[in-house]
Write a protein that binds this ligand. Sequence first.
Ligand SMILES: [Zn+2]
Length: 80
Amino acid sequence: MHCMRIRTALSARLDGEELPPDLTDRRLDGHLSGCADCRQWQARARALKAETGRAAAHTDGGTASVEALLGRLRSGSVPG
Ligand SMILES: [Zn+2]
């Protein structure tokens, strides 16, 4: 199982989207239990999602603030 496919499905799961038919919750969790990289990726994706959710709640410009946050993450200057 390729990590990229797993992460795509993990991202969909975090967003509450439908999983690909061959990637069930069980398979995702099974992969996570054996793949530290994907566990870390999911933790970061989850944190990012929580962060963008908070940012969107503070402004009406949800999309713009998400892009701003992603830009800050890339440049490594996230406060806190
Ligand atoms: Zn993996």
